[in-house]
Write a protein that binds this ligand. Sequence first.
Ligand code: PLP
Length: 1022
Amino acid sequence: MVTWRASGTDAGRADRMTLLANAPRLSPAAAEGLAHDLFGLTAHAVELPSERDQNFRLRSGDGASFVLKIANALEDRRMLDAENAAMRHLAVTRLVPVPLPTRTGDDIARFEGYHVRLLTHLEGRPLADAPRHTVALLADLGRAVGAIGRALATFDHPALHRRFYWDLAHAASAVEQPLPRMRDTALGRAVESLVAVHRDTVLPRLPSLGQSAIHGDVNDYNVLVDARTDRVTGIVDFGDMVFSHTVNDLAIAMAYAALGEADPVGAAAIVASGYHAVRPLTADEIAALYGLMAMRLCLSVSVAAVQQAEQPDRDYLGISQAPIRATLPTLARVHPRLAHYRIREACGLAPVPHAPRVVGWLRANAGRTAPLTGHDLAATPVLGVDMSAGSTLIASDPATHAAGPLGHRVFAAMRRASAAIGVGGYNEGRVIYGADAFGAGGVTEERRTIHIGVDLTLPSGSPLYAPLDGVVHGFEDATARLDYGPVIVLRHETTGEDPVTFYTLYGHLDRRSLEGLSHGQPIKAGDRFAAVGAPPDNGDWWPHVHVQLITDMLDVPCNFNGVAPASQRATWLSLSPDPNLLLGIPPERFVRHPTTATLLGERRRLLGGNVRLSYGRRPLQIVRGWMQYLFDETGRAYLDAYNNVPHVGHAHPRVTEAVAAQLGTLNTNTRYLNEVVVEYAAALTARFPSPLEVCFFTASGSEANELALRLARAHTGQRDLVVMDGAYHGHTTTLVDISPYKHARPGGDGAPDWVHASPAPDVYRGAHTDRGRAGLEYAHEVGAIIDDVRAQGRGLCGYIAETCPSVAGQLFLPAGFLAEVYRLVRAARGVCIADEVQTGFGRIGTHFWAFEAHDVVPDIVVLGKPIANGYPMGAVITTRAIAESFDNGLEFFSTFGGSTAACAAGLATLRVALEDHVQAHALDVGAHLVGALRRLQTSRDLIGDVRGSGLFLGVELVRDRVALTPATVEAAAIVGRMRELGVLVGTDGPHENVIKIRGPMPLTMGDADCLVAVLDQALGEA
Ligand SMILES: Cc1ncc(COP(=O)(O)O)c(C=O)c1O
């Protein structure tokens, strides 16, 4: 659907009706005839949508594509000439269609009064239909519009010098007129306020904006894109060309790029950045952009409002307006200067134009400020206080930090350092702002987390002195919890020529600081004007004063944001430069963390290259975990649906306390008798069926699997082992030998002769897919391998398999498989090893151990990952007979295996898992997730299979549900996109096309819904 297009003449609406009445109505066959007769082209015609003209896509026998344009009988011929000339002029950009000559060498042919043209056809689909407007695509849109803008600087045509309804140069009067017709009052108010923005920010600048021929309608249906490569392939429809302000094309492109975006200004700013790189914008052009883009959308709704009133039966007018109507109120809520600053930021300029002057003045006058706290902070012992997302000062649960304990920790640290004052916080990503005011969206949505002031921690009641001369600009008691409490803003001015106004803000004050203040009241540098407050009156924070510099209050009377969204960081740091310019604290006193880029560089230098990071070139820097959430260095939360090691939740307090207490008491090895080791061994073995009763502790899953192999070899006296294709059992030399996931992949050395891989029992894409029979069919493949081994005169050591093969694609073994395999293995005198490293401790919901779901009892069970909630630990549980075979005089000792702290961690994890009924919880949430994912499968063709149980799930993506073509590229893109949307999952399987979901067990129903919604969005954009 195209947005409604006004007539190409200034006569406006009446003409439009006439134009519609005179629109050509040719059949495709007639169009084919015209193409042949007029242009000598034999081609097949398909009609393209158009309201007042007629357009046909032509495809010739050799596959070449063209567009036949049949212009309305009333269309101005001079305009068509101008369009053709412009397209020819712009051919160098390779972004526009080019007119082709008629048989007689003309540009335009005549047919029954119509004007007929043949143009080259450009590949691509309209930007409006692109599943997603990525940063790369939006930037390329800007570059494309910039390229057209540059090229049109040297083009003109007399027909373009016309008065045209859609010309933004005259939009103000056009929009103001039909306002009363707008029924939707919220929309009407948005339009009204944006018209005012246009009046204030655009009209005064119009004389200084450069002019040229412009395209005039770079809307999202006139821009063609290749969504796969995120590139613009063409800009079409030059029918609205006009001689106007050059920047209008960019403004229009920005307006349509903003539609439907959660952050419309952010999306528009990216378009501006691409444009600026190709055709540098002037400061006035940038300042006018927001008002112009908003005006374009206002113009569109105004025109539509008039149209709808005149033709109430023509529904589509309303429908095509939906995205505009949805976006305008969001746009209208953005302060126009903030929008301006964000566009400047995107263009690489100082976001607040006058901020550098404020900073320069403060720097030049650094020695002349009065000390805020009464101390010379350059000489006073101060302690850098870390309140960043990863700070150990903050309680594990970021939402429940309380002023008391936090203050206690901060002041204790200051006492230890003999520091009178604690300092820090500028440009720091934080997690302590739990209130809705900092972001009321879902847990994973962006919140305001970047602290843009400095916090000075000092005892409540400490006096504060004005650092500079100023007047009281605002004061209030912001009483909401975690707000400023009492806050004062002073207004200052730089001295010298052309003074600039700026502000200083002081928050979390003592309530008495507000008494007797009046707006405009002069305050002299050095005047005592406030005192540090105390919780709960100070917003319920630890005692400190929040000091902030502000270069533009954005018309906020007093309570200016002290924390900003990370995606707008540079703009807010320009609105609030570093207040240390006033305080003069030596920079080295502040706690500094390396940037993600620095960390990445250092890591690359220091760690082996194949120690991988997730998410390719944009790895996550994770600094905190709490239950089912992880937090990055900006304070952003992610739903962790990936890590199964923090079984009962990241930083679970009971495990943390148990480990910390044990580390503070004793942490040594199993060579000493200690209660916790035995207590844990008893608690763990009690969870296993007979005859599994003896345990060994190790420091990792790999170590445990190594030990399991030694046990099996000792017991059977044999080496030959049957493994499962795609399996992973660990990273040591022997375990790589038994892990096809490693040795059979690029870089692997293949299997040694004692390792025999059996097919992974995949009932979705494997050899046996009849779920009723597959278990036995796959088991017989194992049987055949065992027969083969024995036929070669070799004995069988055993069989090892993950009970739910994970890296092989989150598989669930078919019914009957494991029981039959164990029967066959035991018949061949082998032992059966169950690798439960991924799946133990209730994860699958139905059973505590996954092997229990298959009615078998292994001879050896290997545990790892979740066993101690992240504390290094592994375990092997076996029968007494096997343990005795192994006990042949050679000591088994693992330095860290079964350390006192590891056993304390294991015991605490096991107790929490049992007391909190994580198994039953996993069953409920897993069933909810599987149900939601299966429903999603009905609308998202990429989902080929949903499988698993509890919180061990796989979603296999395929391009074709019959051929099962793996959607590997799509899976990677979807996982990457889900991370952007705040949900962490991974891919696995031999084709890396299975999305694996297996996060910490506290994952709630709400988290499950969030995950499915995010997956749905990512699938929709894939
Ligand atoms: C099934 C399985 N077994 C064993 C291991 C090895 O455990 P670790 O990395 O603790 O050595 C892993 C690790 O991913 C695993 O997935």
